[in-house]
Design a protein around this ligand. Structure first.
Ligand SMILES: [Zn+2]
Length: 189
């Protein structure tokens, strides 16, 4: 079975020219950014609408809310559902220097917080006998750090927040109105 999410081998004009306006890949739909699932966005910072000096490209995943909520049943069930129901878009977009640096800091900080939170949580579960009553406190602190890391990664390290992704199009929030103003309005279905 071929991977439907694999980027096209033809590319979009190569890395050096990325940022050039490519029509038919990005639109504005009210406050939402609509893109094809593989898209190169016009120049400019998507966060503040200012000049974009950095380009970022990467897969952005979207997982339906009900799949994320299934973690309440079991993390294992959620992981299985995630593999089946997640959708992905590969978007090449611009950021200004400030928002590029913030993204990088949040990626590093968020990643560290996730790992530290997990170590604290699972560590306190493993040492529950030795820690006695203290284990619950450590678990709670671990959970808070874990959630903080997830928010840093989900909100600030990923400026484009997927609202919905299907096999053809992706819709994102978090894009500055001044940037959306420069895009053609969405007229598709
Ligand atoms: Zn910016």
């Amino acid at each position: 079975m071929s991977n439907p999410f694999a980027p096209p081998t033809g590319g979009f004009g190569g890395g050096a020219s990325s940022g050039a306006i490519v029509t038919g890949q990005a639109w504005a739909e009210g406050p939402l950014l609509v893109t094809s699932t593989v898209a190169t966005l016009p120049d400019g910072c998507v966060v503040c609408g200012g000049e974009g000096h950095q380009r970022v490209k990467g897969p952005i995943q979207w997982i339906p809310l009900w799949v994320r909520l299934s973690i309440l049943l079991s993390p294992l069930i959620m992981i299985v559902l995630m593999v089946i129901f997640r959708r992905q878009a590969v978007v090449d977009y611009g950021l200004c220097e400030e928002h590029f640096q913030r993204r990088n800091r949040m990626r590093i900080g968020g990643g560290i917080a996730l790992v530290a939170g997990m170590i604290l949580m699972f560590g306190s579960i493993a040492l529950i006998d030795a820690l006695e009553g203290g284990a619950f406190g450590f678990m709670l602190v671990g959970l808070v750090i874990l959630l903080g890391g997830a928010i840093a990664l989900g909100r600030f390290a990923a400026p484009l927040m997927p609202k919905h992704i299907d096999r053809e199009y992706a819709r994102f929030t978090g894009v500055h109105p001044a940037y959306l103003d420069r895009l053609p309005p969405w007229t598709g279905g």
